[in-house]
Design a protein around this ligand. Structure first.
Ligand SMILES: [Zn+2]
Length: 199
């Protein structure tokens, strides 16, 4: 049996902003002037992880339960999708026609490094998405009552409590931010090396 709750990667949008210059130094100046001030100054990856709500559950009786005039039931989510979406913002060079070969190479290196880093941000948010899907598939509400209906009602209330404790308010957003911060703690400074063109 597959997991009840799965992870889904939605659209990762691409945004750009334009920089210009005939030398690496000019481009660097323009880049610093226009930098978007996102998570990585000259680049950005914004992600959102959406956790579904549940109204339909698999119901299972705890047959080992020995309560006086009571039964115990478990509920787990029937199905659902945790979805992530994202937007990556990167600079584009308006024209490299007047740029030296060394300059073109340096721009290429810079953009490759920055792009690879923003892709890692998508991967970081995706890991959180998959983790949450796994947690939700295993999340089990437990309830007791005088009959099945009462026990299920209590189990669903228990599930709602567990769900809120884990994902209520801004808990999901904070968790995603933490994953991004952990990545950036390994280094997130990207700059053009203007010395490649010499004096
Ligand atoms: Zn970063």
């Amino acid at each position: 049996m597959g997991a009840a709750v799965t992870a889904r990667k939605g659209t990762i949008k691409s945004k750009t902003y334009s920089v210009a210059g005939d030398t690496v130094e000019d481009i660097l100046t323009d880049l610093e002037k226009k930098q978007i001030g996102g998570t990585d100054a000259v680049g950005d990856c914004t992600t959102a992880v959406k956790v579904p709500s549940f109204s339909k559950f698999e119901e299972k009786e705890n047959e080992k339960f020995k309560g006086k005039d009571k039964v115990e039931w478990f509920v787990t989510p029937k199905s659902g999708e945790v979805e992530m979406e994202g937007t990556i913002t990167l600079p584009v060079l308006k024209s490299d026609k007047k740029l030296s070969d060394k300059g073109k190479k340096e721009w290429g290196r810079f953009l490759r490094d920055l792009t690879a880093h923003e892709d890692l941000h998508v991967a970081a948010a995706w890991s959180v998405t998959e983790e949450i899907a796994k947690e939700l598939s295993a999340m089990k509400g437990t309830g007791q009552g005088k009959d099945k209906n009462a026990a299920i009602r209590a189990a669903e209330a228990d599930f709602v409590k567990l769900y809120k404790d884990a994902y209520g308010g801004d808990k999901v957003a904070k968790r995603v931010t933490k994953a991004h911060e952990a990545l950036d703690a390994k280094g997130n400074t990207f700059t053009l090396d203007a010395t490649v063109e010499g004096e």
